[in-house]
Structures are given as C-alpha cells and as structure tokens.
Design a protein around this ligand. Structure first.
Ligand code: ARG
Length: 397
C-alpha cells in the first residue's frame, strides 16, 4: 500500500464508493473521518458502514461546540449573509472539517486527504484551500472530480463491490445540514421559476400549518454574543438549537435564492435557517440601538466582505481574521435584550433594550418633555447646506 488517505466520510453513496475507489486507484488505506456539527443522523452507524466497506480506521469528532463558538459566532457578530441572504451554514463548516482532516492526517502520518465534493461546487474549493493553507505538503484527492461515473454507473460500481446502496426511493435533492442551517438543491429546484415543493423543506413547518398564535422569544446578548433565552442563561450551542426548533415550528427561516457560485455558475438553492435568521435579525436590532451611526453605516461594508471571503473558501485569508477583529471591537456595548415575534413564517423584532442604549427619549420625543434644542438646527443647516447654496447660485449672473 502506498500510504494512507484521510477521507471526509458522510455515509452517502459517493463517499462510500470513494473508500473502495481510493484503495483500487491510489492503492491507499482509507481512514474515514466524520464530523458531528449538529446534523441529524446516527454517526456511529455511519462509522460502522465505513469500516464494513473497507476503511482501515474510522473516527467521529463531535465538533459542535467548536463550530458554534469559533465559526458561527464570528459570523453572527458580522451579520454574515452571502449576497444579503444565505447565512453560510455549509461554507462555515468546511474550514472546520478541513482542520479536523489535517489533524487526523498528522495523527496517522497520512500523506493525502480525500473528500467527496464534485468539480462544480463551492465545497471542493473550501476543503482544498483550507488544506492548502494548513498543510501544503498533503496531497488532495477528490474522487468525484476524477472518476467519470454517472449516477447509474456509480450504483453499478457499488453493487459490484458490495457497497450498500440506499434502499429507499432516492430523493431528488442534494442537501447539507448542520446547526446553522440546511441547504437543499437539485431536482425540481433546478427550475428557478418553480415554487419549491413542500417536500424540499425538512426543518420548517409550512407557514400555512404554523400555529395561529404568535410566539415571543427574548434573546439576551452580551458583547454581541447570545447568552440567554427567555431569561434563562444558556450555552450558545443550546440556544441555537432551541431557536431552530421554535423558529422551525412557526415556518421561520425559509430562503429561496439564485446564488452566484465561486466557480461561475448561478444556482438555485433553498435554505432553512431558523436560528440564523432570528439571531441575525435580533443582533442587528441591538446594534441599531447601541452603536453609533458611523459604525452602523461602515460595518456592513466589512460584513459583506466577510461573508464573501467565507463563501469563497478563504477562511484562512488574513483579511477574514482582520475583519473579525474589527467586528469584535465594535461589539463591546452590544449587550441587552431583544424580543422577537415568530408568526406564520415571519420573524419580527418587536422590542429591544440595553444599558448602553443610545436612544434618548428626551431627544426623540415630540411631546412636552422634549429637550432637543430646535433653534440649534438653524445654524447647523446653514453650514451643512452652504456648499449647495453656493453651487445653486453659481453662474446665475
Ligand atoms: N450553496 C451552498 C454553499 O455553497 C450550499 C451547498 C451545500 N450542498 C448541498 N448539496 N446542498 O455554501
């Protein structure tokens, strides 16, 4: 055998065939790695499957905590939404999985890392670039970019080699999920003019079937981090999963978008991200109350860049960390409580309060307690408008 390869294993048909294919084509022993990121499913069973197909070793890593704290939280503080919409669940997970793969390679003295990404998606870029940044010496193998098998040929290949194939009717969708959201593409979604069929959704109730009474949730933040739910202090990870439940039951967090992939393709994706949608809305609302106008107007420029870098697989680009530092420096006073109403697919901020609130009732009110000095505006406007007054008069005589 010519060394060992670490394979990011999901238990699906592609990565199952990859175990056998890597052995045959590269003469490598395959070590399967499974990362627990809050996706449903039994990872122990997945591990057993890898071993039964011929992996020489297999390990499960529960990376939920690290994912929530080190990847999701910086994204939340940056209100990170690719193209203004997608909360980046899959994109954030890839650099973490890449890190686990590199660590596993070092533990086993492996010389290669393999993954089951196709040649036309974003995820291959994210895995490859992460591995290139962390371990430039390791070989990267993406069997799906190399074997020219169609779906049918792959099923034949699996059958020929005794690889268990899915017995249930194959779903037309391609999905990915972790605690920050679920993505779904392909099948009927490839017609961008067709409304997503209800069976494309798994995390969220249809707003039509959602409860007729709204649910209010109160989210407590400290320095930009959610720390409590309805007054109960809790870990960020737990809070995210509770909001996925609550939001999902009210049909909150469904997104339907045409997105620009890094490799130049426009694709139609739907997402379900109840917690991400609720938390980003709530976080923005608290920022609106506690940050100055200048910070509020400037920060989104960097937020957009942060989201792009994450989407493009550039988690390790120094600019990403630099933006995260800037974002952190703005969060010191983003503490307080935001009340959000979940109702029939909508999540609406209905209240916000903070010890650092910059909202001054005496300045804002129109009633008799008004303390704003109206006459000061005269002089302010005189100078503010002076350049335009000069411009407006120029060339008139
Ligand atoms: N388009 C999203 C991204 O690039 C999600 C892709 C996840 N894969 C899937 N089969 N749905 O981050």
């Amino acid at each position: 055998m010519k060394g060992k390869a670490i394979l990011a294993y999901s238990g699906g048909l592609d990565t199952s065939c990859a175990i056998k294919w890597l052995k045959d084509s590269y003469d490598m022993g395959v070590i399967a790695v499974m990362a627990g990121l809050g996706q449903p499913g039994d990872l122990e069973a997945v591990k057993e499957k890898a071993l039964s197909i011929g992996a020489i070793d297999a390990s499960i890593y529960d990376a939920r905590e690290a994912f929530a704290e080190d990847y999701v939280l910086p994204a939340l503080k940056a209100n990170a939404l690719y193209e203004g919409k997608y909360p980046l669940a899959t994109a954030l997970a890839r650099p973490l999985i890449g890190t686990l793969l590199v660590e596993e390679a070092r533990r086993h003295g492996a010389t290669a890392i393999a993954h089951g990404c196709t040649g036309k998606g974003n995820d291959q870029v994210r895995f490859d670039v992460t591995i290139m940044a962390l371990a430039p010496d390791l070989q990267i193998i993406a069997p799906l970019r190399e074997w020219a098998m169609s779906r049918e040929e792959e099923l034949d290949y699996a059958e020929k080699h005794g690889i268990p194939v899915p017995v249930t009717k194959q779903s037309p969708y391609s999905t990915d999920e972790n605690l920050w959201g679920r993505s779904c593409e392909a099948g009927p979604l490839e017609d961008p003019d067709q409304e997503p069929p209800e069976d494309a959704y798994e995390w969220t109730a249809s707003p039509l079937d959602a409860p007729d009474t709204p649910q209010y949730v109160a989210i407590g933040f400290e320095a930009g981090k959610p720390v409590s739910l309805d007054g109960e202090t809790m870990e960020f990870l737990e809070l995210v999963s509770r909001l996925n439940e609550a939001g999902g039951s009210h049909g909150v967090g469904r997104l339907d978008m045409i997105e620009n992939r890094l490799v130049g393709i426009k694709s139609r994706e739907i997402y379900e991200a109840p917690a991400a949608c609720i938390l980003i809305e709530a976080h923005k609302a608290l920022e609106a109350l506690t940050l100055t106008r200048e910070v509020l107007h400037f920060k989104p420029l960097l937020e957009q860049k942060f989201a792009e870098l994450v989407y493009y697989g550039l988690w390790h680009e120094p600019l990403r960390a630099a933006i995260a530092s800037f974002v952190d420096s703005t969060q010191e006073r983003v503490s307080g409580t935001v009340r959000v109403k979940l109702y029939k697919g909508a999540c609406t901020v209905v209240g916000r309060k903070s010890a650092f609130s910059l909202y001054d009732h005496a300045l804002a009110t129109y009633d008799k307690s008004d303390e704003f000095h109206h006459r000061s505006s005269e002089g302010f406007i005189e100078l503010w408008g002076l350049p335009l007054k000069v411009w407006g008069g120029a060339g008139r005589s």
